[in-house]
Design a protein around this ligand. Structure first.
Ligand code: FES
Length: 172
């Protein structure tokens, strides 16, 4: 009798262990596939040498599958020509300290916040020759620091986390 019970217990435990191994084998590949691979992780940070940038000339690099606009602004660049409203704007509050910290270079995600088109940098395209980003899809207009000022875009262009280390702008 005692033999029968211990054999039953043994078989029960063996079944549990086998089932557990089977479950782990089935779940592990699915969980492993959710982890970001090295290529994806590498793309989550963009690095750009700013030493060759020319003032108000747009450089574009890929970042997380989107265009990243990188711009060097002239020293003393101010938004006065926008009637001072920029001082209260969402993006300008982020943009202004970045200018000071990053040798007048700031990166902005180049994807229109209306329906996702890529805006065009128009160095002399705004009123009175003021530079703007212009979205050709539905006529959205953004300031050089990405605030939406005309057309259908509902919110500013996104300014990602960034810092300057030496002459390398690191975004992400
Ligand atoms: S997608 Fe840019 S204005 Fe519509």
């Amino acid at each position: 009798m005692g033999d029968k019970i211990s054999r039953r217990k043994f078989l029960g435990r063996a079944t549990c262990v086998a089932g557990g191994i089977g479950a782990v084998s089935a779940v592990y590949p699915a969980v492993a596939s959710l982890a970001p691979d090295k290529a994806a992780l590498a793309q989550s940070i963009a690095k750009f040498d700013i030493s060759g940038l020319k003032e108000l000339k747009l450089a574009t690099i890929p970042y997380k599958g989107k265009p990243l606009f990188i711009m060097k602004f002239p020293a003393g660049f101010t938004p006065k020509k926008w009637g001072g409203k920029a001082e209260e704007s969402i993006n300008y509050k982020i943009f202004k300290p970045l200018l000071a910290k990053q040798k007048n270079v700031v990166a902005i995600i180049g994807v229109c916040t209306h329906l996702g088109c890529i805006p065009i940098w128009e160095k002399n395209g705004g009123k009175n020759g003021i530079p703007v980003y212009y979205c050709p899809c539905h006529g959205g207009v953004y300031t050089p620091w990405g605030d939406n000022i005309a057309g259908p875009p509902p919110i500013p262009l996104h300014i990602p986390k960034q810092k300057l280390v030496g002459n390398t702008l690191i975004v992400g």
